[in-house]
Design a protein around this ligand. Structure first.
Ligand code: ATP
Ligand code: MG
Length: 247
């Protein structure tokens, strides 16, 4: 609409909705307003950090974006779908096709080889088991764990476990994870700085290959390395900063 007449937008770009759109999103828990009036658009292929003090609403924002939490007011659209209007079945399908979560604490089933844990990420997408396992193996190779496929969680370091969680979160039945949204809540919080740096560079690599990545971090230095930063305070977005040349 704002594009000058001499710079026509390619048809497919014009048609593709933003990957995430929040309009006036509020989330209350009883008397506590965890998120207030958040309005935010995330385009495909972005890499952004969410920063702010403890209790400012960062996890709430991520959970709302990832459709794990429903807003009290406002509209959330993921890939053009108004989340509130979707049936449970369609919402599950949207999550399976598009959204991956990585938490601060690793959620890997005890005693289960990591190849199977990662392959289970596609369980609800209807992908047959042999293909699930082949895709899981490829994802684990991608995060540098091709030689740890049969290891169980207790046989892996913290950083390796976190890389498994990332492999599972980016797993999709498409070759390069394009169109996928990776949401990470303090993924380096439980790691030493070397393992944390490796996890962070992995997130940057995945983003360079086409995955949209949103990361919560307390670390100002880490956040400064992101091209875009959303700042929260008392449940409200107080800043939306972009580094580098405007596109
Ligand atoms: N289920 C809940 N019930 C009541 N209050 C909640 C609930 N979830 C979150 N809150 C409150 O909402 C506010 C925002 O919480 P949130 O977890 O989003 O913060 P955060 O920025 O992720 O903090 P941290 O950096 O400590 O993880 C906090 O004050 C919290 O106590
Ligand atoms: Mg949190």
């Amino acid at each position: 609409m704002n594009a000058p007449a001499h710079a026509p937008v390619r048809a497919e770009e014009e048609q593709a909705p933003p990957l995430v759109e929040l309009r006036g999103v509020t989330r209350r828990h009883g008397g506590v307003t965890a998120l207030r009036g958040a309005t935010l658009t995330i385009a495909r292929g972005e890499l952004l950090a969410v920063v702010g003090p403890s209790g400012s609403g960062k996890s709430t924002l991520l959970n709302v974006i990832g459709t794990l939490d429903r807003p009290t007011a406002g509209v959330v659209r993921v890939d053009g779908h108004d989340v509130a209007a979707l049936s449970d079945r369609r919402l599950s399908a949207l999550r399976a096709s598009t959204i991956g979560f990585v938490f601060q604490q690793f959620h890997l089933a005890a005693g289960v080889p990591v190849l199977d844990s990662v392959a289970d990420g596609l369980l609800y997408g209807g992908t047959p088991r042999p293909r699930r396992r082949a895709l899981a193996e490829a994802a684990l190779r991608r995060v540098g764990l091709g030689d740890r496929l049969r290891h169980r969680p207790h046989e892996l370091s913290g950083g390796e476990k976190q890389r498994c969680a990332i492999a599972r979160a980016v797993l999709s039945d498409s070759p390069d994870g394009r169109g996928r949204l990776l949401l990470a809540d303090e993924p380096t919080g439980a790691l030493d700085s070397a393992s944390g740096a490796r996890v962070l560079s992995l997130l940057h690599e995945l983003n360079a290959a086409g995955t949209t990545v949103v990361v919560i971090t307390h670390d100002r230095e880490l956040a400064a390395a992101f091209p875009r930063r959303i700042r929260l305070k008392d449940g409200g977005i107080t800043a939306d900063e972009t580094t580098g040349a405007a596109v």
